[in-house]
Design a protein. Structure first.
Length: 388
């Protein structure tokens, strides 16, 4: 690893076709900052957030964009935290567009103005993915602990369409907004979204702390599946609906990140390059930083990327399973969090010896009165939101 001065990003090197990696990543998730004015109890960002004074500089991020394009990445997802909290978002978008990357802004929307959105579009922003907490403003603002957030998001959604940009609405679903699903679908149609992501919460990082407050019953989940199926049929040609089922009620796990080190890389606010955004929760992994090593080297040779790439690392029952190249054994972070060994089969899989016990916990939690949300406050979890 070549040491470089802080604040600089290692120069890109061309991808060596003789290496053991079959292809370049399709997407790069750029977590521009962990700062965020909202406090969603289901937030998948790490329990320990990176501080603002460790964030990559504008030049660093621009260099990441150039290296990503050279590596063959097609899409950049500008996320966080709240990516619009970065005042240099315009410079980063402009560079990404210049080097030919498709740019997707993943945002809670509350910090945007129409003028800024227009400027971002003019600089080359291709797509906006706006998250909502609920369609009922009171409940939405309670969940996010942010006064006026729902109303502002509705305005932002309209601006996106007025500016003729494609819009996706992302609605993480849990027991405290699950009954709104039909109205969430109507909302997506009303604001002119082309796509709706109905994502049952993934219980990682901060979200795991609030699992009991968020876990829906199996019956409620089954109903959402029916509602989505009916809406998909009814809204063909109007709205595409992506439905992410909750792991706890699934038969097989999802191929987390499309398979470890296969299609997506994640760069944290301070420049650490991860195979998935929760990978820092795993023991024994070494994460390179874009300040020290070229992105292509990290993707191809980085220890963390090599560790669970492919299927050689698998244990039984995955090792001899015909689905092993379909779901890649599920999620390593969930396997570690729930079994203590990241190479174990994700307990979301019905073939895992721990699946039954694990699904039972979820069922029990979903049938008792939900506890209060634990809101994130830097350094101090609380059941009181700090604002709202
Ligand atoms: C971490 S957020 C960052 C971007 C922005 N702050 C926002 O919320 O839109 C990225 C996306 O993940 C979604 N999300 C957050 N936590 C999640 C979880 N535990 N399960 C599923 N989706 C989640 C958000 O709704 C958002 O669409
Ligand atoms: S999910 Fe909520 S708390 Fe987490 S980064 Fe997005 S808006 Fe902020
Ligand atoms: S045993 Fe492993 S590979 Fe087979 S379905 Fe379950 S998680 Fe997937």
């Amino acid at each position: 690893m070549n040491e470089m001065a802080p604040g600089t990003v290692a120069e890109a090197t061309p991808v060596n076709e003789s290496t053991n990696c079959a292809r370049a990543p399709i997407g790069l998730l750029a977590e521009l900052t962990h700062r965020c004015p909202l406090q969603c109890p289901y937030c998948s960002n790490p329990v320990e957030l990176e501080r603002a004074n460790t964030e990559l500089s504008t030049e660093d991020w621009q260099n990441v964009m150039r290296q990503a394009a050279e590596l063959g990445v097609l899409q950049i997802h500008l996320s966080g935290g709240e990516p619009t909290a970065r005042r240099d978002l315009e410079d980063i978008v402009a560079t990404a567009a210049e080097v030919g990357l498709y740019t997707n802004l993943i945002t809670a929307g509350v910090l945007l103005t129409k003028e800024r959105l227009q400027k971002l579009r003019d600089l080359g922003l291709d797509h906006v993915q706006l998250s909502i907490q609920d369609v009922d403003p009171e409940n939405a603002n309670r969940i996010a602990a942010y006064k006026g957030g729902a109303e502002k998001k509705h305005e932002v959604a309209k601006w996106v369409r007025e500016l003729d940009m494609p819009l996706t609405i992302n609605a993480p679903l849990h027991r405290q907004n699950i009954d709104s699903l039909p109205r969430i679908i109507d909302y997506a149609v009303e604001v002119g979204a082309g796509r709706l992501e109905v994502a049952h919460i993934q219980y990682y990082a901060w979200a795991l702390k609030n699992r009991a407050a968020l876990m829906p019953t199996r019956e409620a989940f089954m109903k959402t599946a029916q509602i989505v199926d009916e809406a998909k049929e009814r809204l063909k040609g109007i709205l595409v609906i992506d439905f992410v089922v909750p792991d706890y009620y699934a038969k097989y796990p999802k191929p987390c990140m499309g398979g470890w080190g296969r299609g997506i890389m994640n760069v944290t606010p301070s420049g650490r390059v991860l195979p998935c955004h929760a990978a820092e929760s795993l023991p024994g992994l070494e994460f390179d930083n874009v300040r020290d090593r070229p992105l292509a080297d990290i993707w191809l040779q980085g220890q963390a990327f090599q560790k669970f790439r492919g299927t050689d690392w698998m244990k039984e029952p995955c090792r001899s399973c015909p689905r092993k190249e379909i779901d890649f054994g599920g999620c390593r972070c969930q396997a570690f969090a729930l079994t203590g060994d990241p190479a174990n089969t994700d307990p979301a899989c019905s073939l895992s010896p721990l699946h039954k016990e694990w699904a039972e916990v979820a069922t029990q939690e979903s049938h008792v009165e939900p506890p209060e949300f634990i809101y994130r406050r830097m350094g101090k979890p609380t059941t009181e939101p700090t604002r709202g």
